[in-house]
Design a protein around this ligand. Structure first.
Ligand code: UDP
Ligand code: MG
Length: 313
């Protein structure tokens, strides 16, 4: 297993002007201790306060700190994605800018990566958020773990470490940052979790309320579909079409002899719905091909290569 030589810490931020100076100080201490090649990539997600000007001041002259600025607010996921594209470390650490995550946990995450894990997920064991937030998050974590098969206590904790090749292979849309470990499992990533610190938010305000519940449920359906059927969507549509056809045949052959004429209509509707599912499946098959072939993306993930030098070179 490759030892870590360099790390990139990616930090999305939106209106965090008062948190940035103490955060940079803490990060600087941790990077000095680590003695690895390190960079911090801040992504200002269209802040409307003085965050970017503060950053500019703080990081001036220290080229371990880098900053990107979006033209408007694109969301935390997009900001993470931009930072991931720019990062060049062997390991990428994602965290929040609001001082709720503790940079002192970074060495602990890295220890686990050095033990051979590809993804190390932070678990805010003593979480300093409202009761409603903690309850809804606990239920969401149980549901996501059950549906995706990747069992974690805290999907919502941003503070996580990833081997770069794993994270760079994942495309993030919408608010999918909460599902990165589940998406990483598609490549066969080895995943573990460790308890991390969590502080209450002192300055600025949280960007998420209860509206995230609906989004998480919709995203979970997408993730489940990606995990199970990304390269074979017709299997799921075809399966449900087959159920509909069989039910229609059973319905008609049992009910019509009993004189229940409406069963014919029901059976017809079921067959039509089945045909629609089959056409959706075929369309999805086409889209999957476009998805993979348009970006030359393989349908597999190679973890390591040995002795693969071209002949004659
Ligand atoms: N954030 C962002 N863009 C957004 C919303 C949030 O970059 O549109 C950043 C925010 O500045 C913070 C992190 O994402 O660094 C987590 O956000 P927040 O603290 O609001 O989430 P919570 O901790 O309340 O779940
Ligand atoms: Mg926060």
């Amino acid at each position: 297993m490759n030892m870590i030589r360099s790390i990139s810490i990616v930090i999305p931020l939106y209106n965090e002007e008062n948190n940035l100076a103490p955060l940079c100080e803490q990060l600087s201490c941790v990077m000095n201790q680590l003695k690895l090649e390190s960079e911090v990539i801040f992504v200002d997600d269209g802040s409307i306060d003085a965050s970017f000007a503060c950053l500019d001041n703080i990081i001036n002259g220290d080229n371990r700190f880098k900053a990107l600025r979006f033209g408007r607010n694109f969301g935390q996921t997009a900001a993470m994605a931009a930072g991931i594209v720019e990062s060049s470390g062997d390991v990428i650490i994602l965290m929040d800018a609001d001082l709720q995550n503790d940079p002192l946990d970074i060495p602990l995450l890295l220890n686990k990566i050095n033990e051979g894990y590809d993804v190390v997920s932070g678990w805010r064991y003593y979480r300093k958020d409202s009761f409603a937030k903690k309850m809804s998050s606990m239920l969401a974590n149980k549901l996501i773990s059950k549906v995706t098969g990747v069992v974690l206590h805290d999907y919502g904790c941003s503070l996580k470490a990833y081997r770069s090749e794993i994270l760079k292979n994942i495309r993030l849309y919408g608010e999918m940052h909460r599902f990165i470990p589940a998406l990483a499992s598609i490549t066969g990533a080895k995943i573990c979790e460790i308890q991390v610190n969590h502080n209450p938010r002192i300055s600025g305000k949280s960007n998420y309320g209860m509206e995230r519940v609906g989004k998480v449920i919709m995203d979970l359906i997408t993730v489940k579909f990606l995990l199970s059927y990304l390269t074979k969507p017709n299997y799921i549509f075809g399966k449900w079409a087959a159920y509909l056809f069989i039910s229609a045949i059973l319905l008609v052959s049992i009910c019509i002899p009993l004189g229940i004429q409406r069963a014919g209509l029901m059976g017809g509707i079921m067959i039509l719905a089945g045909l629609q599912l089959i056409s959706m499946g075929l369309l999805s098959e086409l889209m999957v091909r476009i998805y993979y072939e348009s970006q030359n993306k393989p349908t597999y993930f190679i973890k390591e290569r040995k002795n693969f030098k071209n002949l004659g070179k």
